[in-house]
Design a protein around this ligand. Structure first.
Ligand SMILES: [Zn+2]
Length: 157
């Protein structure tokens, strides 16, 4: 008996087993009445309910406040947002203009050395979309953070 013959025997046995189990299953289903259609219906209903609940949740959070809002409220929020934007632009401008000094200490006029910025300083310069440098004076221990307009060819980071 070679291996090919064995595998053929096995596959024959397997298909017979499948046929038998299908037959037995079919007969069993005929004799019992499991309410499959009700189970499917319940499942679909459940999915539908869950979807509706989720939809309702998002509507109540993101859409309803805006629909119910009065026009004056909307206008007020708009003005606040615009003023905050302008404020940031103004702060940004101030920071740039005050940093166009030479690399000398504002207190003792010694030469400043560039040192590493910490995480918050990096975060601040990223938020303002400005390049920045952190400088330290060895003579009087003064240190200051300076901002520059982002210039692609200078790579100040
Ligand atoms: Zn100094």
């Amino acid at each position: 008996m070679n291996t090919k013959k064995i595998s053929r025997e096995q596959s024959k046995y397997r298909s017979e087993l499948t046929i038998t189990s299908l037959l037995l299953g079919g007969v069993a289903l005929l004799y019992t009445d499991i309410p499959f259609h009700i189970m499917v219906q319940t499942f679909i209903q459940g999915v539908g309910d869950a979807t509706a609940a989720v939809k309702q949740f998002f509507v109540s959070i993101f859409i309803e406040p805006f629909v119910q809002m009065e026009f004056s409220d909307f206008l007020g929020i708009l003005m606040i947002v615009i003023s905050l934007g302008l404020m940031i632009v103004q702060i940004r401008k101030r920071m740039i203009s005050s940093s166009y000094e030479s690399h000398s200490c504002p207190l003792c006029d010694s030469k400043l050395h560039r040192i590493h910025r910490n995480r918050w300083q990096l975060w601040l310069s990223k938020t303002l979309y400005l390049s920045s440098g952190y400088y330290h004076c060895d003579t009087c221990d003064h240190s200051s953070l300076r901002f520059y307009q982002k210039t692609p060819h200078l790579h100040r980071g």
